[in-house]
Write a protein that binds this ligand. Structure first.
Ligand code: ZN
Length: 139
């Protein structure tokens, strides 16, 4: 995937897919062909991907149609999202702006998830120190 090709498709990517999602809403994916996004222009590719990837890929295909939510509560969740995004980008036509946004947000999320346990530990230490201090002072 060259940078030049990406630049050339920038104009077209502002156009949104004309197809509808299974849920009945407008497809939000950028149009790449005949006013359709890659997956609506090539429904057979979607089926092929599903067959090829089994359970793991079905997750992404569903996300394309009606933006299924993925859990993002743990470092494992965030890592999984990054892993899927990276593999999805490597597989071929993918909204690179979305991939960049996911990459950025996931790294922010990872940092905040890493911060959580530290804050909990600090609170525990503080509570212990306060308890000890009041014990030694005594009434
Ligand atoms: Zn579409």
């Amino acid at each position: 995937m060259s940078l030049k090709a990406d630049k050339g498709s920038k104009q077209r990517s502002r156009e949104r897919c004309k197809a509808q999602t299974k849920a009945g809403g407008a497809c939000q994916a950028p149009a790449v062909e005949r006013g359709l996004c890659f997956f609506h222009a090539h429904p057979e590719k979607l089926a092929a991907l599903g067959r090829q990837g089994g359970k793991r890929n079905r997750h992404w295909n569903a996300a394309h149609r009606d933006l299924q939510q993925v859990p993002l509560k743990s470092i494992g969740d965030a890592s999984r999202l990054l892993e899927e995004t990276i593999n999805r980008v490597r597989q071929g036509p993918f909204d690179l702006r979305a991939a960049n946004a996911i990459g950025f947000l996931a790294s922010v999320l990872l940092r905040s998830l890493e911060q959580g346990p530290i804050e909990k530990r600090m609170a525990k230490i503080e509570a212990t120190l306060t308890a000890n201090a009041s014990q030694t002072k005594g009434p």
